[in-house]
Design a protein around this ligand. Structure first.
Ligand code: C2E
Ligand code: MG
Ligand code: MG
Length: 640
């Protein structure tokens, strides 16, 4: 039933009740004063009730019509809906997580909700009657607030980020929306501000930015941030006509720590190194971890190489002390590459690249030292790129050749084996030795293809010799340390053996000491797997690496090859004699064959024989040569 009808019914009922009540009273009064009221009274009573009923109906109709005509019903309905809406708004206002603040048109706070109290730390009583500037943090200048008011005046609202202060003094960011409330005439009566505390979002944003720019392990800037800072430093150096230096630092043989003591200890060592470098350079310098065991330092105001070299020297010095990591006492050295702005490079990327080239030079020069970038290094780098491209072509055009160098039994002087050594028959430059292109092939990944091809050729050639009745005990093939720990090597070797049908006992694989020691666990597993194929393993260039005797004992190898550097000093150099003697004794005590490389004179061969070395290889016996030129009968005689 509509409001107007309900109201009219109420009025009619009220009238009816009052009439009946009046009739009852009058009836009672007349009865008590007049005795002959009797019949007449009965009739009058019925009439009275009838009249009361009819007039009540008339009142109902009149009232209902009047009310609907005047629109009172609709107004009452609206009022009721407004009341309901207000009640809901009040609940929302109080329950919302956003802080809400209402001011009058002069900016005096007239209302706040519960969330505002929670966010700001003030009670409602403390803020009502004050102005919102009580929350000011001081982070924004007057122009900021002017822009807010301008926006409110022009468009009636403003929203944006604003930094305010809590009661306890903490400054925090809010996302705030302010709206002007106008009356029917367009006059501003109130302002309502709704805001969210975005400090948690800001914090995680800051954390994300920090994570993207810092190394998680050491908390040092990472390569991204370091490059950015270098760019800024170069721009500032350019403005002030000064210079700066970039030191790139790489730990020597860090892999050994990782492999022998585990990654946890390795990580802790990196942290200690980072601490030491930071303490050495202090807060003003950017020390970064570029990845792995590689660090970099940006030295501002350092335009001269001599000053940069001094800083590099300090790095080497500071690394000398023992690193206490858990219960281990570790020693580690570093190599440093230096590049100086503006002398060597004009942008950050180039400066980094040049420092890297210098670092490579320092490593090659024997580690634990520093090297300064020179233009020659770039020429070298360019040369390396050219050779790598050329080498790719050489592989396709089959310009590589395998030469074989004889290995003789020192006692009988008989040729008993050969070592396969790769050569590059360059169409313009002639025969190029592996020393020139193998390191480049290793850096560019081409080495995998080269070694696979040499292995295939050598096994095939050995098969040919076998068929021709040549008595050879082995063909030795060099495997790059870059490939040795890789699982593909096993597949490659077994496939080549299967394809060529060569007896695996006739194949010897040579690996360098560093290949075995650098990634020792993977290399050890690889060695055991390769041994299951039935081939033999030799350690090449023995004595030049960092073999630990303990590790050597664990390796399933059958031969040690004494590096030619020690043989070269024979027989005059007493140190070399002592080393060669020791290596022979060591091999024999471990039941390994021992072979000396680089024998160029008969005296060297004689001394090696006297020291009971088993096998010899060198120009005195024969140079590396094409398969067809090998002289099977050659057995050079010694004097004694
Ligand atoms: P390596 O395996 O130690 O090979 C011995 C090197 O010493 C060879 O140099 C050989 O020609 C040289 N040599 C032999 N006897 C004498 C001598 O009496 N005096 C002097 N001064 N040198 C002698 P080459 O052929 O230039 O090879 C250099 C290195 O290149 C090899 O050292 C080996 O590490 C690497 N290499 C050669 N061929 C391959 C290959 O197919 N694969 C891989 N990964 N490396 C290879
Ligand atoms: Mg070799
Ligand atoms: Mg060698």
């Amino acid at each position: 039933m509509s409001v107007s009808y309900r109201d009219a019914l109420r009025a009619a009922l009220l009238y009816g009740l009052l009439s009946v009540f009046w009739l009852q009273i009058s009836d009672h009064l007349l009865n008590s004063y007049f005795d002959d009221w009797g019949q007449l009274a009965q009739w009058q009573r019925i009439n009275g009730y009838l009249w009361a009923f009819i007039s009540a109906v008339l009142i109902f109709i009149a009232r209902a019509r009047l009310l609907s005509f005047m629109g009172v019903g609709a107004r009452l309905k609206h009022q009721r809906q407004d009341r309901e809406r207000l009640r809901q708004a009040a609940v929302v206002f109080d329950c919302t997580r956003e802080g809400v603040l209402v001011t009058d048109c002069r900016g005096t706070i007239v209302h706040v909700n519960r969330a505002l109290v929670e966010i700001t730390g003030y009670t409602a009583a403390e803020v009502l009657g004050h102005r919102p500037n009580m929350f000011k943090s001081g982070r924004h200048g007057p122009e900021f607030y002017q822009a807010v008011f301008k926006s409110l005046q022009e468009s009636g609202d403003w929203n944006g980020e604003i930094w305010n202060r809590r009661k306890d003094g903490e400054v925090y960011p809010q996302w705030q929306t302010v709206r002007a409330i106008t009356d029917g005439k367009g006059q501003v009566t109130h302002y309502v501000a709704v805001f969210t505390d975005i400090s948690a979002i800001k914090k995680s944003q800051t954390e994300l930015t920090r994570l993207a720019h810092h190394d998680a392990l050491t908390d040092l800037p990472n390569r991204l941030l370091f490059t950015d800072r270098t760019e800024q430093a170069l721009a500032s150096a350019l403005r002030h006509s000064s210079g700066c230096a970039l030191l790139m630092i790489d730990l020597d043989h860090f892999k050994i720590v990782n492999d022998s003591l585990g990654h946890n200890i390795g990580d802790l060592l990196l942290k200690r190194v980072a601490d030491r470098l930071q303490r050495l350079f202090g807060k003003g310098f950017t020390v970064a971890r570029l990845g792995g065991d590689e660090f970099a330092v940006l030295v501002d105001n350092c335009p001269r190489t001599a000053e940069a070299a001094l800083a590099a020297q300090q790095v080497l010095e500071v690394m000398k002390g023992v690193f206490e990591v858990e219960k281990h006492q570790l020693f580690i050295s570093a190599s440093v590459g230096i590049s100086v702005f503006p002398r060597d490079a004009l942008n950050a990327e180039q400066l980094l690249r040049n420092a890297d080239s210098a670092l490579y030079k320092a490593k090659k020069a024997g580690r634990e030292g520093y090297a300064v970038y020179t233009e020659e290094l770039t020429t070298h780098a360019q040369y390396r790129v050219e050779v790598a491209n050329d080498l790719r072509r050489a592989l396709e055009q089959q310009e590589l050749r395998v030469y074989y160098q004889p290995v003789h039994d020192l006692k009988t002087c008989q040729l008993i084996g050969v070592e396969a050594l790769v050569r590059w028959q360059h169409p313009v430059r002639g025969l190029i030795s592996p020393g020139e292109f193998i390191p480049i092939a290793e850096r560019t990944g081409l080495i995998a293809e080269i070694d696979a091809w040499v292995l295939e050729q050598a096994c095939w050639q050995m098969g040919q010799w076998q068929s021709a009745g040549v008595e050879l005990s082995f063909v030795a093939v060099n495997i790059s340390s870059r490939l040795f720990a890789r699982p593909e090597l096993f597949t490659l070797v077994s496939t080549v053996l299967a394809d060529t049908g060569l007896d695996p006992a006739l194949l010897e694989l040579e690996v360098t000491e560093s290949a075995v020691m650098d990634d020792s666990q993977a290399a050890l597993e690889q060695m055991h797997r390769l041994r299951t194929l039935g081939l033999r393993l030799a350690i090449d260039d023995f004595g030049t690496g960092f073999s630990s005797l303990l590790r050597l004992k664990q390796l399933p190898v059958q031969k040690l090859k004494i590096d030619q550097g020690f043989v070269a000093g024979l027989p005059a150099d007493n140190d070399d004699v002592a080393i060669v003697r020791a290596v022979i004794a060591l091999s024999q005590s471990m039941g390994l064959a021992v072979q000396a490389e680089g024998i160029e004179h008969v005296e060297q061969a004689q001394l090696l024989l006297d020291l009971t070395c088993d096998l010899g290889q060198g120009y005195w016996f024969g140079r590396p040569m094409p398969a067809s030129e090998l002289d099977w009968q050659r057995a050079p005689a010694m004097h004694g």
